[in-house]
Design a protein around this ligand. Structure first.
Ligand code: ATP
Ligand code: MG
Length: 180
């Protein structure tokens, strides 16, 4: 499983539609301070289901919608799509390519899609749970996260290892079955 493409429109500093094709191997995003490098990883975490505006470096979810600039009007919605190669079926879905899309409007409406079919946020979160890629998976480590891991309580640190080992899904199902 690997990232093939990211499409963004109206998310944070990206007013115009942009598409990033990832090639096999390492991709480095470089640019001056404030040019939008972290906004790209924010977009990836958001489409994977991030619900915390704070962790997306805003105070409310609306802050992720392009707020306008000296030369451009603010936009009314943000949309991000992430396309993954799934030939090796790392994601439990019978498609060789999987795209997930998330859209939010200023009025607060949210839409989610898997391969262009409307779905719930939970379906996206479940799809990526234990895949190694998820909004809180160890594959995305932001500035400050390393310190947070080192400073976290033993149980929280254990959760990180559980997701990495692939047992978190079963713990969550057990908790749901127990009605907790
Ligand atoms: P650094 O090298 O300092 O880490 P960076 O390339 O990671 O910088 P980002 O944090 O990705 O930069 O981008 C910050 C920029 O995004 C700021 O200029 C900020 O004004 C802009 N930005 C964030 N949210 C919005 C929004 N909703 N609308 C328009 N611009 C936004
Ligand atoms: Mg940054």
């Amino acid at each position: 499983m690997y990232l093939k493409r990211l499409d963004i429109i109206g998310f944070k500093s990206f007013a115009d539609r942009i598409g990033v094709d990832f090639v096999p191997g390492v991709t480095a995003v470089v640019g001056p301070n404030g040019s939008g490098k972290s906004n790209i990883t924010d977009a990836i975490r958001w489409v994977l289901g991030e619900q915390s505006a704070k962790s997306l470096r805003g105070s409310k979810m609306e802050d992720i919608i392009f707020a306008g600039s000296d030369t451009r009007k603010a936009l009314n919605f943000a949309e991000v799509s992430l396309t993954l190669d799934n030939e090796e079926q790392g994601l439990a879905i019978d498609y060789n390519e999987v795209s997930v899309t998330r859209r939010v409007s200023r009025s607060g409406d949210s839409d989610f899609f898997i391969n262009k079919q409307p779905c719930r946020l939970k379906d996206i979160v479940d799809l990526f749970m234990d895949s190694g890629l998820g909004k809180e998976a160890f594959s995305i480590i932001s500035q400050g996260k390393v310190e947070e891991i080192l400073n976290s309580k033993a149980e929280d640190r254990r959760t990180i290892f559980e997701e990495a080992a692939g047992v978190l899904k079963y713990k969550n199902r057990k908790r749901q079955a127990e009605g907790k």
